[in-house]
Structure formats: structure tokens, C-alpha cells
Design a protein around this ligand. Sequence first.
Ligand SMILES: C[S@@+](CC[C@H](N)C(=O)[O-])C[C@H]1O[C@@H](n2cnc3c(N)ncnc32)[C@H](O)[C@@H]1O
Length: 517
Amino acid sequence: MAARLASSSKYLSSSIIISPKVTPSVSLAFFSTNIVGESPVLVRDYIHAALYDPEHGYFSQRSGSVGVLDGSIKFNQLDGRRAYLKHLDAIYKQSDTSWFTPVELFKPWYAHGIAEAIMRTANFSIPLKIYEIGGGSGTCAKGVMDYIKLNAPSRVYDNMTYVSVEISSSLAKKQLETVGQVDSHLTKFRVEYRDAADQKGWGVEQQPCWVIMLEVLDNLPHDLIYSKNQVSSWTEVWVEKRHDSGSPQKWRLVGGLWGRRVAVPGSMLDLGDGNYWLWNSSRAEAPQGRRPQGIEAHGLPWFPRMVIFADGSPRRSELSELYKPVEDSLIASCMEILDLAKDGTTHGSMASSVAKSIWAKAFPRPRRCWLPTGCLKLLQVLHGALPKMSLIASDFSYLPDVRISGERAPLVASKKDGNSSDHNSYLDAKGDADIFFPTDFWLLERIDHYCSGWLKPHEDNSSKKGKKRRTITLDTSSFMEEFGLPSKTRTKDGYNPMLDDFKNTKFYLSVPTHNTK
Ligand SMILES: C[S@@+](CC[C@H](N)C(=O)[O-])C[C@H]1O[C@@H](n2cnc3c(N)ncnc32)[C@H](O)[C@@H]1O
């Protein structure tokens, strides 16, 4: 745990204890049965709802999903690593549901490094325009604006604009509060509460501009493809709700009112096996033909949350995977960028593919591969709206102790009473858990080139080529040594958590060039 504690800012509590039997809150019970309706959804839509459903999503439920420190950590006053970890543990214990991201832990120095990178490359003959996607609590925005105010020529600060695009209303509000701590920033700053991956919110900005994304890629929806062995075709994975009749169980009412015909919204049943069911719908009639058997016998209205059968057993809904041939265009594009053939074959001689097929039959090995379709969609939209953007993105390149299977698989983690716990399935995330993915920076660069038009799809034989971009991926330590002030995050014995602990995070920088060759 110590390694993980050190290497991932999202994991900073050394003890993992979670009660297996947790009484669900009203919103969770509602959410768990509603995240997927009666029709199946693609995995990315499931993840999007689990994280960003306006009422029940992890990021929408609470602004505390992105933690805010009261003040900066005085690294120079800490003896070393042990003292730093103790300090962090205390902070984490105090803030029940938050994760602290590097920009927060190392404020203001982390944001200052980003501001310096922008200042060194920006063309000051035009007004500086910065967009931030997913600005969390606004710490980066404030830090960058503070730095520019102090270090750039005054006309640069006076004429700059900083636009934050934030999908969570509670975080959008928090950003305004944070940036508003400096009055003069407010005339240059605005937050747009919307999904940055939705083209509708964007116009077209022809001027050069900057886009900052810190720990956003890891929380973007991903898709999953599955193949049952090494030579079978890939299928796209959907999530569906399955009704499981379960075995007859005793139930009793633990809250609310229950009558022969009517359950009052809010009534809660203890099923005696650690599960609770909650009625939060008033009487709802099932559409003709879908009225479940057994209802008439009880003379009860149909409640979408739960069905009582004639034998008194509740029928539960569970989420499971469904496999369909690949048809979705984002999935198909991602597979193309990755050079994954849809039919599961790889390029090679006839003899080698025959050998492969025999091997696959003898030792079938199911394959699961997570695809950053949310990132592809976002970059497509950004390249369309901001063709001259320069991009600075930082994220986790690797995540420790991932329990979920597949290439680029996510961690699904929740935090309760200061302790974090990981889930074994992404289908367990019900608005109370963060789902975050490692970023494959090689793939990110290819997606960036694909969206700028430089990397062309196989079937595109046109001579038209998009703009080439200059890109570089740097370890966080290299980025901060180049642009930041690492001495500010150094402890007395020389240990520097920003440089030493964030080995599993990287920065990606991508700037346009006018060179099309
Ligand atoms: C892990 S937090 C990182 C916050 C902040 N950048 C930081 O480093 O502290 C991810 C942020 O991205 C936002 N976000 C995720 N998807 C988004 C989207 N499609 N459009 C806008 N914001 C998004 C979340 O609401 C949240 O503010």
C-alpha cells in the first residue's frame, strides 16, 4: 500500500477497511436500479452515467469528489517522506470523500509550472486565451492566473481570458469561488457548465489558444471490446439489466409505510441478506404486456424498483455484459488507430494464422481491451473547434493493483470514513465510486494525430493531409524540473514527493505547426 500510497494521489490512506454491509443511501438505491434502463447501453454510456449523471453521478453528487486543501503544504518544514505521509494521512482522514490531485497537493507550484510552460511558448502579440477542461476545484485556474499576473507583462494579464469547461455543476460553482478569491481574475475568467466532448457547446476559434486537461483523460468514458479467444472476432460490450428471480427470501419493512396495495415512496425493505430495497417511485403502472407475472395475484401495482412475486420473493435486477458485433463508429475508429483488425486476425502468413487458430482452439484465452473512446470524441471536438490549440494534458500512465481485467483496465474505487476500497467489477460503480483509467500516452499521441487529420484512416486515400503537430510526452519530474520550481516541494532531507512519487504520471504537450509535410 505504501508504494501505491506514494505513487497515486488518489490513494492516500494506508488502511482499507470497508463494512461489507452498508445501508444504502436513498440516492444510491435509486441510482443502482436506474443507471441502465430496460435497453442495454454501451460500456462508455454506463461509465458516463456512473460518473456524470447530473443527479447521481460520482462527480455530480458532490463537489468533494475533488478535494480541496485549506492551504498549501509547507514541504520545507517537513522532515522527509515519513512526515509527509503522516501529514497526508491526517488530511485524508479529515476529508471523508475526497481525492487530492497533484495540482491541489502541490499548490500553487504545480499550476505555476504549467503557467510557465505556456508563457515560454505563447505568442504574446495576440491576447492569451486558455481553456481548461475539467478544472475540478479551480486550483489550476487560480494558480495559472496568479502566475501570469505576477510574471507576464501586464498587458498579457489584462487581455487574457481563461474559460473553464466543466461537466459538474457543483465543481463549476466551486471553481468560481476559488478563482474569485482574486477580484481581478473574475473579469477574465468564466466557467461554462457543460460536457466538453459535446460539440454543441463550441463555436470555432481560429486564434491560437491553450487547452489544459489535468486528470481528465482518466475519468473519460471508455469502451470495452471482447473476444473469446486469440482468433475470434472482437465484439463490443454493452451493459444490460437482467432480472434475476432469486430464491424466496424473507423481507421486512424497515422504514416508511407499506399497505396491501400501496408502498409509500421512501419505504425501505431489509431483505435480510445485506440488501435493501427502496421504493422511491409512487404507483407506476407497467405498460401493457410488460406487467410481470405474480403482480395480479397480489393485486399490487407494478413498482419499477422491485417486483414482489406470488411466493413473496423479490426479483432483483443485476447488471451484466452483452456482446455484439462491432458497429459503433468510435469503437471502430479506436480499433483502427490501434491497428486492431475487427475480425481478430493479425497480419501474417497463412501458415502462422493456421498455427494461431490451432493454438487458440487448444488454449483459448479470452481477450478484453479497453478503448479510450471518450478521449477520441473529446479530441475530435477540440480539433474541430480549436484548430490552432496547444494542448497540455497530464495523467496517470500506469495504475497499481488494478483488479479489473483487460488492457488499459480501470481502477474502481470508493472512499468511506477516510478509507478507500477497490471494487472487483466496474459494474459495481453506482455513483459512489470513481472509475479511472491509465492513459496510454502512445495511443493518446496517435489519437491526437488522427483527430488533427495527420494520421489518416486506412480507407482514406485522398492526398489531403491535416496539420502535423509537434508532440512530446514527459515524466512529471522532467516537466516540473524544466518549467516548475521543484525546490518548493522539497522536504528537509531532500525527498521531493512531486518529483519522487509521481513516477506513474506524465505530461503530454502538443502544439500545432504550419508544416504539412
Ligand atoms: C479527476 S477530476 C480532475 C480535476 C482537476 N483537473 C484536478 O486535477 O484537480 C476530473 C474533472 O474533469 C471533469 N470532467 C470530466 N469529464 C468532463 C467533460 N466531458 N467535460 C467537462 N468536464 C469534465 C470532472 O467533473 C472533474 O472536474
